[in-house]
Design a protein around this ligand. Structure first.
Ligand code: SF4
Length: 339
């Protein structure tokens, strides 16, 4: 017989406390607004703030869908230079928002997620360029637009994949050319111009990871498809050694080629977001990504939610100190003047 003064032994059945608040609150979940609601908020806030949304070709489909302008780095730089909006929301990565801030010191430039960086831009620093110049006196530094404002400030010319060949062709003969930071784009420029260049050893992790085997696998699956290869891709040199007369295309160049080519199917050898842009601009043709993993996690950090929040709070802002801005403006303006 049990003693009534002794505590009752624990039951083997688990004791489940009755929740004091709904489970959703315990997990701190909130119901997401639907996309139509988000889009309506963005449209309203954009008008209230006299804002423009500029989106890179590698952005998510729904972000490209809400943007005022979708394009490559060069097109976005041009739009940033000519917009009369008071606020620029940059649906892209940090160096692109910096470029917009360099061109528009009087405007508010927003990057909806400040973590949106670029592995290629991170391969080079301003001090690295200064040291390189010191070892190559008289050399002209051409840097890809995928660089920080600090790096642009110590460069002579900027370029994008769309005009790198034209920029290098415009430089005087016999002058050493220092090209940074993308070694795959540099190889393309050397092939196209015949100019010798000293090349920085940088690459984008997304484009570098695209292998010739990825391209060949898609060619086997889609034998009638034409190749659209971006010059930043790690596969480009090996593919070109097999098909020497193959053209490489900047992202804007891909649009033009897809429109004019007789082909109906294309294998898109760059970041997967480009497929969205091509499907929008050339709706009667089929575009196949080279690989599902050719995806830039930095670009995909921009969402409808953080675009809405950035317009609501006018944060986070990207600014460039005036002394750096004034220096960085020169190579950008030279680029915009040439091509
Ligand atoms: S795709 Fe590569 S180059 Fe473009 S933003 Fe992403 S990391 Fe940078």
């Amino acid at each position: 017989m049990s003693n009534p003064t002794e505590p009752t032994p624990p039951s083997s059945a688990p004791v489940v406390p009755r929740p004091q608040v709904p489970h959703r609150d315990l997990l701190q979940l909130t119901v997401l607004p639907d996309e139509a609601e988000l889009r309506a908020d963005i449209v309203r806030l954009r008008a209230e703030n006299n804002a423009v949304i500029l989106a890179h070709n590698y952005q998510r489909p729904e972000v490209q869908g809400i943007a005022d302008f979708v394009g490559d780095s060069l097109g976005l730089s041009r739009m940033a230079a000519r917009t009369d909006a008071d606020v620029i929301v940059f649906a892209g990565v940090h160096f692109m928002a910096e470029t917009a801030a360099i061109l528009n010191p009087e405007k508010t430039v927003l990057l909806p997620d400040l973590r949106a960086g670029c592995s290629l831009a991170d391969t080079v620093t301003a001090q690295g360029i200064r040291d390189w110049k010191a070892k190559n006196p008289g050399g002209l530094v051409v840097t890809y637009v995928n660089t920080t404002a600090d790096v642009k400030a110590v460069s002579d010319y900027c370029c994008t994949s769309g005009n790198a060949v034209q920029i290098v062709q415009s430089l005087p003969e016999g002058v050493p050319i220092l090209f940074a930071p993308d070694r795959f784009l540099a190889a393309h420029v050397i092939r196209e111009t015949g100019r010798q260049m000293d090349v920085w050893d940088g690459a984008c992790h997304v484009h570098e990871a695209i292998r010739p085997e990825d391209v060949q696998g898609q060619q086997a699956a889609y034998p009638d498809a034409e190749l659209l290869i971006h010059p930043e891709c790690g596969c480009s040199s090996r593919i070109l050694s097999a098909i020497p007369d193959l053209q490489l295309y900047s992202t804007e160049g891909m649009i033009g080629r897809a429109k004019t080519s007789a082909a109906q199917e294309f294998i898109v050898v760059t970041e997967t977001g480009m497929v969205t842009r091509l499907e929008h601009d050339v709706p009667d043709k089929t575009f196949i990504p080279v690989s599902r993993t050719a995806c830039c996690e930095y670009m995909k950090m921009i969402t409808l939610e953080n675009i809405r929040d950035s317009l609501l709070n006018l944060q986070p802002r990207v600014t460039v100190p005036e002394d750096i801005r004034a220096q960085a403006l020169k190579p950008i303006e030279r680029m915009l003047a040439i091509g």
